[in-house]
Unconditional design. Structure first.
Length: 155
């Protein structure tokens, strides 16, 4: 059983919810909304982007597959395709545009001052293929496609 936060929930922690709420109030994004807020819309669309979903239907199927985890991911309850499409159509895009620019500016500021202040172990995953020389590495009669080595390096 997982005891830690999910990676998606950890990513959401870095976002400034107060500034997002300010933008929602500024553009009246949650006016006349009962349950599916702008914050839920943002998290749902982020989940779709990060999981490489190709359509709203695909996104809804993926969120329904993880319906038991949605609260722990920070999204609350599941959303229907019609509610998501209506929200995407009717809500002001400037809420999300200004928030994206705000997050980019914040990332640039942090990069200038705290670029390598990382705690704990840092791993770099490299999936490039390295051809090995048969004179050095005796692999026998292995086909050429299998004479390759993949490695993971710890920094």
């Amino acid at each position: 059983m997982n005891k830690d936060k999910y990676v998606f929930a950890q990513l959401v922690q870095f976002m400034d919810r107060n500034h997002f709420n300010y933008l929602v109030r500024k553009y009246e994004g949650d006016k006349y909304v009962k349950s599916f807020s702008c914050w839920n819309q943002l998290l749902t669309m982020m989940f779709g982007q990060l999981t490489n979903r190709e359509s709203l239907r695909d996104l809804i199927v993926a969120t329904e597959a993880h319906s038991g985890k949605l609260y722990h991911l920070g999204m609350g309850k599941s959303v229907t395709r019609s509610n998501l499409s209506k929200a995407n159509e009717q809500r002001d895009y400037r809420i999300f545009e200004e928030f994206a620019y705000f997050m980019i500016d914040e990332a640039r500021r942090k990069r200038q001052t705290e670029i390598f202040k990382l705690g704990g172990s840092v791993y770099a995953f490299d999936s490039t293929t390295i051809d090995l020389c048969l004179a050095v590495f005796r692999l026998g009669e292995v086909p050429k496609q299998e004479r390759r080595y993949k490695g993971t390096y710890a920094l």
